[in-house]
Design a protein around this ligand. Sequence first.
Ligand code: ADP
Length: 851
Amino acid sequence: MAAGSAIQIPSRLPLLLTHESVLLPGSTMRTSVDSPRNMQLVRSRLLKGTSLRSTIIGVIPNTSDPTSDCDDLPNLHRIGTAALAVQVVGSNWPKPHYTLLVTGLCRFQILQLLKEKPYPVAEVQQLDRLEQFTNGHKSEEELGELSEQFYKYAVQLVEMLDMSVPAVAKLRRLLDNLPREALPDILTSIIRTTNQEKLQILDAVRLEERFKMTIPLLVRQIEGLKLLQKTRKSKQDDDKRVVAIRPNRRITHGSITEDEEEEEDHDDVVMLEKKIRTSSMSEQALKVCLKEIKRLKKMPQSMPEYALTRNYLELMVELPWNKSTKDRLEIRAARIVLDNDHYAMEKLKKRVLEYLAVRQLKNNLKGPILCFVGPPGVGKTSVGRSIAKTLGREFHRIALGGVCDQSDIRGHRRTYVGSMPGRIINGLKTVGVNNPVFLLDEVDKLAKSLQGDPAAALLEVLDPEQNHSFTDHYLNVAFDLSQVLFIATANTTATIPPALLDRMEVIQVPGYTQEEKIEIAHRHLIPKQLELHGLTPQQIQIPQVTTLGIITRYTREAGVRALDRKLGAICRAVAVKVAEGQHKEAKPDRAEVGEGEDCKEHIAEDAKPESISDTADLALPPEMPILIDFHALKDILGPPLYDMEVSERLSQPGVAVGLAWTPLGGEIMFVEASRMEGEGQLTLTGQLGDVMKESAHLAISWLRSNAKRYQLTNASGSFDLLDNTDIHLHFPAGAVTKDGPSAGVTIVTCLASLFSGRLVCSDVAMTGEITLRGLVLPVGGIKDKVLAAHRAGLKRIILPERNEKDLEEIAAHVRQELTFVLAGRLEQVLNAAFDGGFAAKATLEHLNSKL
Ligand code: ADP
């Protein structure tokens, strides 16, 4: 609506009474509405109204005292402003109210109050912006001088304001574009005026009167502004003088002296500059930093960029551009450190020593990155730490599991708020030297996302040809990573991106045998846990049988992490006991002497489930050392989690034990089959992958084609095994996805057992891929699988013939405890899987038929 155009308001208007301020035509006001009358008006007129007319209301300044606002309508001011409600916002807090945004249209006068409740409505008469006034006739000539004077003051006032503020510039333009008669109202509502003064302007219906009344207000404002500018100027002059002192002083001294330097220490930026100049950063980095510091000096501190730039410069100063630790590599010492820290893992230690030896001979080796691959808890991280120890280098672990954003590796550009360097640069800042050992943990768990591929960023980090000028996005200058020794760890190579895998030398770290675990526990884990819990070997004894008990009954893992946790739990329980004992000893009146007999005997015989937690024997100080036997184990760790369940589960036909490999190590896997009447369908359950499903189909096909030979029949005695029969194969645990061809032999054995009604030997486990013609093909992960079978207490293992060479990796004592059956054909597998063999009747039948 152009300010100069005529307006026609309705003759009846609902009235909004405002205490807070006076609305003048042409201006906008935000007012809070909470009195019942006004709330009612908003609800029924503005919130329900649908037409534009229904949003026009009369705003009447309420001149009565707001505190004495009562139910009765106060004496209404006769003149008000018709207004357009532009926005209504409701809120319930702290009490129900609305906030109204209204724009004044024109003046009106109340002729008659039509109703008072629920909100007042009046018959009104419009006073300005009517057709006859806007046709602009007399105003120019009669008010010419007055309006010219007014305009001059208005322009003077606006020009005193800061024109760079957009609102002021806009106001300046409005002064020229708006009709002169609209200006008094608008300027009065902009400049500093009291409500009383505004009320007077509202009441000044005649334009001439309005001009006359507004001019003094403008003059007053101009004078006020002049005064303000004067005082501000003198203050600025003072500031300038303070600033001017410094450069002068510099000039007088010529160069920076010691004294001056001390003074400047207070000045952070100067300090920073000094640090930058004295730091050993690369030339390129120095150039960037000096440029940045120049910018920083010019920036006001309140600017967000100031903090950003400062943080950046501080990081640049802190980075170890040229700081390194001295390698103290001595292969013999390295061997000792590795042997001391880790039991077993001979192959890994051998390779690590080779690697270190080459480094010793040829400094600055640009060799492949070592990548330890194996199940969790087999000591991959811990070997990495030992390598750092042997080299006398700092160690830093970078967990890459779940990293899906390449800025995690390479940093964010500095244009983002909250941008920061990537993990590599952060790690360097943390360790403070440029030649640490960085362990890139779980490289197989890098993920891709829309934010780029972190593996690609890692390629640059790991490539010895490129990493001497690695550019983090945040730093934006190259940093030399060639001195960093990177070691990676992973659970499986399957999910490592091929390009990354190509840069690394994979060293397999298999799981441990029970015996190895016992040794690791007694040599490393138990002493470590004792120290962690403040216990001594005089206070607690864990015999080897107990450790074996923990390994077999409370854990089922390839590594030793769960074992370590269980030992921790035992130490905690004992620590409570010991602390209680000390407490009682400290109080002689309660410290009754116990039986005093041999403590070991006492625990061994009496250590009933309650022995550790029973409060009844709290009266006695615990006798030292506390021996952890099976009773104590059960008491602390609860009932055993795993039982030797193999023989139980193999008590009916249609079950066989397979061996599976997972990134967590080897596992035994039961395959179950059942048959029922049906259409010859095969159902497979247990979240199987495509390869595994194919194995199942292959197995059935082979058995069907060999059914006669082995006298396998379905329920109705037919050799066509699927005739009127459905087969269901299930691979527990159903929630874990399984895939791979190695279950082939197990499925054949399981089905052969189902259809022959014979039990599979309870101590046999097997693995191997099959072909349609009945050949057994080699599979991977033999060492982990054999260890899993050994852990589960199985005695015989059927393996593909061509996997014989893998048996060499298995510890001799494990091999001794197991019998290996090497099979090249399925017939051999079946013969070994069933007690008394699984004889083929082919020749017999052949003869019969001839007869
Ligand atoms: P990973 O990185 O393979 O998941 P960790 O290196 O974190 O496993 O090892 C878990 C724990 O087991 C560590 O406390 C480590 O010291 C211990 N550990 C694993 N293997 C051995 C070993 N061969 N000798 C001594 N301690 C071991």
